[in-house]
Write a protein that binds this ligand. Structure first.
Ligand code: UT7
Length: 333
């Protein structure tokens, strides 16, 4: 049976930097509050004249494909994780496929929010192990900023979320070493669906979209921040230990932990509970905010470029978010 190995990583973030001080000008917030509660100093917002979810994904994908040292035409399947697609339908996978000129190959969209990238990785892993595909492109990309409410009412959500894209190439390998995706672990609990969600425009209403909805908070992300936080710190630990146990490994065996970049306080709490040192954890939420499905591949790409993720390293990625969904994966690089 083939193993699935990540052979290329890339990312793209929009050029426009929005600092906490920029947000102070449009809503009742402060650089001190945002830094203290979330760790974020600045984030990137897309350029409507230039960036789309699909073309940001394509830029990240091209970097990952170049690093994998394969031709784009060798990609035989796309898995695209996003909750902010360019269209209501079709999904972003087909748009990325078109951007890359890969007409004919399958393209699958994943809507598992912050856990979306790990869900997507698990699909690539399984298709490769089953022998169905050899080179799967896995992408997480989001444009959140166009839906943020830039005023006092929206401040608790708006200061956190932002835009970006990350991608990896997952390849089949028959090499006898232990490198590759060791396992993935996926969970969900739909009882908490409405604790972090966007209600409208919803398909199950008599009129999907009304004029009144424009001013209603229902079209914006609603987040019960405290509840999400409390569940996140528990589920993160559970799902990391689950992955370690499944592979008969210990926390000490980890070279690097890259959590979904939801909130620096969540990452730091989990780090402390696990007893990981600072150089065993990679965070970049300070620069990019929370980019949902894109945050883990963006962080992996930066960690790789900065030499903090190296060949042979044992990496743990883990996420928690809307659904609730949570997930982890252990990867030997
Ligand atoms: O990636 C998806 C998963 N998402 C997460 O994991 C997010 C998890 N939750 C969080 O990150 C945190 O709950 C938040 C950062 C969203 C909020 O931090 P918090 O420490 O839980 O603050 P809070 O919601 O309890 O609000 C504390 C106070 C409130 O004022 P009062 O009621 O104490 O007077 C808020 O109105 O802070 C106020 N507040 C703000 N103040 C300044 C809320 N948002 C802001 C803001 N600027 N942007």
């Amino acid at each position: 049976m083939s193993k699935a190995r990540i052979t290329g990583i890339g990312h793209y973030v929009p050029e426009r930097i929005v600092t906490n001080f920029d947000l102070e000008k449009v809503m009742d917030t402060s650089d001190a509050w945002i830094k203290e509660r979330t760790g974020i100093s600045e984030r990137r917002y897309f350029d409507p004249d230039k960036d789309t979810v699909a073309n940001m994904a394509a830029r990240a994908a091209n970097a990952a494909i170049a690093q994998a040292e394969i031709e784009t035409r060798q990609i035989d399947f796309i898995v695209f994780a996003t909750i902010t697609p360019d269209y209501f339908f079709p999904g972003s996978g087909v748009l990325l496929q078109r951007e890359l000129g890969l007409e004919g190959i399958g393209a699958l969209d994943i809507r598992n929010a912050c856990s979306g990238f790990i869900y997507a990785i698990s699909i690539a892993e399984q298709y490769i192990k089953a022998g169905t595909y050899k080179n799967v492109l896995v992408v997480g990309a989001e444009i959140q900023s166009s839906a943020l409410e830039m005023n006092d009412r929206g401040r608790s959500v708006s200061v956190i979320f932002a835009d970006g894209a990350g991608a990896v190439v997952v390849q089949a390998t028959d090499q006898e070493d232990n490198r590759g995706i060791l396992s993935t672990h996926l969970h969900a609990d739909g009882r908490f669906a409405e604790e972090l969600y966007v209600k409208d425009p919803g398909s199950s209403r008599k009129l999907r979209l009304t004029k009144e909805m424009i001013d209603d908070p229902g079209i914006r992300a609603h987040m019960n921040g405290n509840m999400v936080f409390k569940h996140a710190i528990v589920r993160f630990q559970e799902v990391i230990y689950e992955a370690l146990k499944a592979n008969k490994l210990k926390v000490d065996d980890l070279d690097l932990f890259i959590p979904h970049q939801a909130n620096l306080r969540i990452s730091q709490y989990v780090q402390k509970q696990l007893g990981l040192s600072d150089d065993q954890v990679f965070n970049n939420i300070m620069k990019y905010g929370n980019t949902t499905a894109a945050s883990i591949p963006i962080a992996m790409s930066e960690a790789w470029t900065e030499g903090k993720l190296k060949p042979g390293d044992l990496l743990c990625i883990a996420a928690f978010g809307s659904g609730f969904t949570w997930a982890s994966s252990l990867i030997k690089f």
